[in-house]
Structures are given as structure tokens and as C-alpha cells.
Write a protein that binds this ligand. Structure first.
Ligand SMILES: [Fe+2]
Length: 418
């Protein structure tokens, strides 16, 4: 009988991958169990999508309950797969379970006869709520350090502003990324949007963009009236979260723009006093990396006014492999009714850090540093939230940058304009 286990392999430079320990583990690097790469995402306010991949066809059934080993409930989902050049994916299962109680622990297993039990905690229905925020994650030793820090943060939900696996056409790296994040992503919802590394389009050979991303990381776009997995929104515990797509159309005639206008109009500030937005390519950036890209300049020109008038509180971005926090800003200038822009693209990707900055530092840039790490947004109540940035070189509890934010909906000088 074969022994089967995952291991972390050093493959040179700063790159590490998670791999099966036996060569016979199969094209998808099966290891540990037939159910691997489990991750969760919220669907509406009381349901959770369980996504997982198996090598062999199996029912997309999730059994779950509130006690270990006792599965009072069961739900069936759907199964899909995709092909990319010579690679054929495993069986990708998506099953939505619920209704679930808020802030509660559930135990579950994927399939009807798995011996592998997982557990997760649902997000709270009311404040306080704590987000872990990290972009450009990759799968290196730095990524592992970031994930260790995040695991110690007792967060409710992870928000990822693009660039997940850095598979970069090499599809088995999507599988190894799924295994790397599974210990965390099977326990808390991971809500993501796409970055440039998710496009994976090859002219004339594979013309469909986002094939692996859309198949593996299905987000709850239908629930917010979006027709695309590349942009969507959801409410959690008094926070309206908008995930935008930097690499799909964003001009005023685009589906994304029209959807955003409608979504911003629907925000009920009594129910969700906070609104945060995630993009991939930052609209404000004083690093020398990624200057002048249309996904930054043209998307900002198209959509910044919408976010400003809707009094969005924070815009998180990735793409630049460093940390930078701006003041409240609009149209390039300090504006007390504009969002705080934060670049948090320092998750641990294999391309390394972006350590060169434009000098002198612009006045609107408050804190900037090229170190790997992650951020935490602890929304305490309807009016106040604490943002902290945690460098991997420090203990998880140490914050290297922190700022208290006040919600714009509670600022009488910043009335929402429609
Ligand atoms: Fe990127």
C-alpha cells in the first residue's frame, strides 16, 4: 500500500511548492486524502459554498452539523472540470450549504464516506467583524510565513485583492496552491477577486481568459446581480464588500460599470454602515513598480467618482509587492470624504518585493514599506474600525502600521451622493 502525504519542497530561489510525496500521486498531485483543495466562500448572509476537488467522479455532497462526527444535514451541489492545453482538471465540486447560524462552528465532510472531517466558523451577523486582507499570495516560503501569521489572527473572513497561485499557465500549480491554503481556507471564507496572474490567456492557443480561476474560485456573483465571476458584492456583519475586476472591462459602457452603479445605489447604510472595495491594480501608488498601467489609470478615471460619491471607506489593492497606505484621497488630493487607499500586495509571491519608491514621498502617502506581510481590518462598530499591517518579520501580534478609521456614513460632513 502506498503511503501518501503532502510535503513542502524548495525549488530554488525564493520559490517553494507544496507537492505530493509520491510520484504516483497522479496528475493533480493527489495526496493526504481524495478530498483536497477545500475552500469556502460565503453565499448570501447565511450560506456557505464548499469547493473541493477530487480525482475520481464522486457526488458533490457535503454532510455537516454542529458537533464533530454528527452530520445532521446534507446538501448536494454541482461538479465541473476544465481543460487547459494538455492538462485536464480534477472533478471540481461546488456545494452551497445552509441556512447557517452566524458566528457558529460547523463540522463537515465532503462526500458521503470520507473519513476526513473539516470545521469552519461562520462570520458574525453583527459587529465586531475582523477581516484578514492579503494580496499577491503565491506559494513560497514567504507565503507560508504570511499564512502562519494570518492563522494566528483569529479572523472571520479573508479578503484577497488578486494574484492567487502564480500558476502562470502551469496548471498543477493551481492544485498545489489549493493544498497550501486549504488549512485556512477550509476553516474561514476566503473571498477573492482576480489579478493579472489569473488571466492565463494564450493568443491563438487558449483564448478564454480566467479558465482556471473561474472554475476553481467561484464567488457569489449571481446573488449581487452580477453576470460575471469577475465582479460581485456581498454584505457581512454591517460591511458591504465590493470586489471589482481590474482585468475585465471597466469603461462607462461596460457591464461592470453599470453593475457597480446599481450596486452602489442599493447600499443601505443603516444595514451596512461600512463599504470597502477591492481591486488588483492600485489607483494610488508611489512605488516605481507598475506605474502607468491602464488598469490603474483608466479604471481610476472611469470609476473613482462613483466610489467617491458613494462614500466608500477603504479601497484595497494588490499588484505592487509592498505595503502602502494613503490618506483619504480623491482625484489625487487629500479629501476627507474620499476612501483610504491601501496597497497590500505583499503576501509572498515568487517575484519578490517591489522595493523602489518614487521620491520625495507624495504627501498623500502616509506609510510605505517593501516587506512581506498581511493586513487586518477589525470593524468594531458602525463608526470605528482599526486597520493594522503585520510584517512577517515580526510576531503576528505586532502591528507595524495602524490607524483608526471612522466610517464616512457617520461623518455628517460626508453625505452620500447618488
Ligand atoms: Fe498582479
Amino acid at each position: 500500500m502506498q503511503s501518501c502525504a503532502c510535503m513542502i519542497m524548495y525549488v530554488g530561489g525564493n520559490e517553494w511548492i507544496v507537492a505530493p510525496s509520491i510520484a504516483a500521486a497522479g496528475q493533480h498531485g493527489r495526496c493526504c486524502d481524495v478530498f483536497v483543495k477545500v475552500h469556502l466562500s460565503v453565499v448570501g448572509e447565511d450560506k456557505m459554498r464548499i469547493s473541493w476537488i477530487t480525482e475520481a467522479p464522486t457526488p458533490a455532497t457535503v454532510q455537516y452539523g454542529t458537533s464533530p462526527g454528527k452530520y445532521e444535514f446534507s446538501a448536494d451541489g454541482t461538479t465541473s472540470s476544465y481543460s487547459y492545453l494538455t492538462y485536464d482538471s480534477g472533478e471540481i465540486h461546488d456545494t452551497v450549504i445552509g441556512p447557517l447560524k452566524p458566528n457558529s462552528l460547523y463540522y463537515y465532510r465532503c462526500g458521503v464516506d470520507s473519513t476526513r472531517e473539516f470545521s469552519f466558523k461562520t462570520p458574525p451577523a453583527q459587529f465586531p467583524v475582523k477581516f484578514a486582507v492579503v494580496g499577491d499570495l503565491g506559494q513560497t516560503g514567504w507565503t507560508q510565513s504570511t499564512l502562519r501569521h494570518i492563522a494566528e489572527s483569529n479572523y472571520d473572513m479573508l479578503l484577497l485583492p488578486g494574484d492567487l497561485s502564480y500558476a502562470d499557465l502551469n496548471q498543477p500549480l493551481w492544485d498545489s496552491f489549493g493544498r497550501l491554503v486549504e488549512p485556512l481556507a477550509s476553516q474561514r471564507p476566503w473571498m477573492v477577486t482576480q489579478g493579472n496572474h489569473e488571466i492565463e490567456k494564450i493568443p491563438l492557443i487558449h483564448s478564454e481568459p480566467f479558465t482556471a480561476y473561474n472554475a476553481r474560485w467561484r464567488m457569489p456573483f449571481e446573488q449581487s446581480g452580477s453576470g460575471s465571476n469577475l465582479f460581485y458584492s456581498f454584505d457581512v456583519a454591517g460591511v458591504h464588500v465590493i470586489m471589482l475586476g481590474s482585468y475585465t472591462d471597466f469603461d462607462p459602457n461596460s457591464a461592470q460599470f453599470k453593475w457597480l452603479v446599481a450596486d452602489l445605489r442599493k447600499i443601505d447604510r443603516n444595514k451596512t454602515p461600512w463599504t470597502v472595495v477591492l481591486i488588483h491594480a492600485p489607483w494610488y501608488n508611489s512605488n516605481t513598480a507598475h506605474q502607468g498601467e491602464k488598469e490603474s489609470i483608466d479604471m481610476k478615471a472611469s470609476m473613482e467618482g462613483l466610489l467617491y460619491r458613494a462614500r466608500v471607506d477603504v479601497v484595497f489593492a494588490g499588484h505592487v509587492h509592498a505595503y502602502e497606505r494613503f490618506t483619504r484621497v480623491y482625484n489625487g488630493k487629500t479629501d476627507n470624504c474620499g476612501p483610504v487607499h491601501i496597497t497590500i500586495g505583499d503576501g509572498g509571491n515568487r517575484e519578490g518585493l517591489a522595493s523602489k519608491y518614487i521620491n520625495p514621498k507624495p504627501n498623500i502617502s502616509i506609510f510605505r514599506e517593501a516587506s512581506f506581510g498581511h493586513g487586518q481590518l477589525a470593524v468594531v462598530n458602525a463608526t470605528h474600525a482599526l486597520w493594522t499591517w503585520h510584517r512577517n518579520d515580526d510576531d503576528a501580534a505586532v502591528s507595524s502600521d495602524s490607524v483608526w478609521l471612522r466610517s464616512l456614513s457617520s461623518d455628517t460632513a460626508c453625505k452620500v451622493k447618488t
